[in-house]
Design a protein around this ligand. Structure first.
Ligand SMILES: NC(=O)c1ccc[n+]([C@@H]2O[C@H](COP(=O)([O-])OP(=O)(O)OC[C@H]3O[C@@H](n4cnc5c(N)ncnc54)[C@H](OP(=O)(O)O)[C@@H]3O)[C@@H](O)[C@H]2O)c1
Length: 240
């Protein structure tokens, strides 16, 4: 089935690979672009009107509102919203080091509040579809149960907040047929740490293919029977 999907943070990495995968599968894609993105320009040339690229800063109320106006003027429904955009912040300092609170606020604003801003603003469009599915790209780093790090404060805490936010939204939309998935994309070779993480296990394309399978298998299920699930890109359950 052809679906309409919106992905945030589609400039590069997992977000760009998700846009490419959903286009390749014949879907209509709205891709949020944050900065320069040669990758999205290439996809535009390849897919033309099947892809709509629009400026999006998930950290800004005004930008998300403007993006919503833009998307709403081009579609009357959204089947799937993938909240992918995120930043890392400091990953070195422990409780014995110098924690950077201003930076932490920015990380929270992008990772935790950004996806909430998007989900709330786009809920009316999602509710117009039969699918009504939000996929929040979180991380194993958001698991409280399995936490092993002693640093990465902003990132880990913001991803735990994404996990809680996902459950709250799931509970709020379930009566309307909505559902929320929380997905860890695996350890992916991207530029999230400021340079290519060559040691990582997966290419963005492999991660995007797995995430897409997880979403498609959820779409095939009855929303009324679904809980908010925290899984990895292969559908394996993670501990909250
Ligand atoms: N890579 C991993 O191993 C890994 C592991 C666990 C979870 N994740 C999660 O996977 C998702 C994708 O990460 P990635 O590895 O693909 O990293 P990435 O390449 O850095 O992708 C993040 C994307 O978000 C965009 N972005 C940053 N700030 C934004 C903002 N304020 N508004 C909108 N977009 C913004 C970035 O744009 P620019 O590039 O233009 O700045 C980039 O396109 C994230 O949610 C991340 O937390 C990744």
């Amino acid at each position: 089935m052809i679906r309409t999907m919106l992905v945030t943070g589609a400039d590069r990495g997992v977000g760009l690979a998700l846009a490419a995968k959903w286009l390749e599968d014949g879907n209509r894609v709205f891709a949020g672009q944050y900065a320069d993105s040669p990758g999205l320009q290439e996809l535009l040339q390849q897919y033309g009107e099947q892809l709509t690229v629009f400026p999006l800063n998930v950290a800004s109320d005004a930008s998300v509102k403007q993006a919503h106006e833009w998307v709403r003027s081009r579609t009357d429904k959204l089947d799937v919203l993938i909240n992918n955009a995120a930043i890392l912040g400091d990953i070195r300092n422990t409780i014995l080091g110098e924690l950077q609170y201003e930076e932490m606020l920015s990380v929270f604003n992008v990772n935790a509040l950004g996806s909430l801003r998007m989900s709330q603003t786009f809920t009316p469009l999602l509710l117009q579809s039969d699918s009504k599915l939000i996929a929040n790209i979180s991380s194993e780093a958001g698991s409280v149960t399995d936490c092993w790090r002693d640093a990465w404060y902003a990132y880990c805490m913001s991803k735990t907040a994404v996990n809680m936010q996902s459950k709250l939204i799931h509970n709020g939309l379930k009566p309307q047929g909505g559902r929320v998935l929380v997905i860890h994309p695996g350890w992916v070779k991207t530029f999230m740490q400021g340079k290519l993480d060559e040691a990582a296990e997966l290419t963005p394309e492999q991660s995007a293919a797995g995430i897409t399978k997880v979403i498609q298998s959820a779409l095939a299920r009855d929303a009324a029977e679904m809980e908010c699930e925290y899984v990895d890109y292969e559908g394996r359950k993670l501990n909250w």
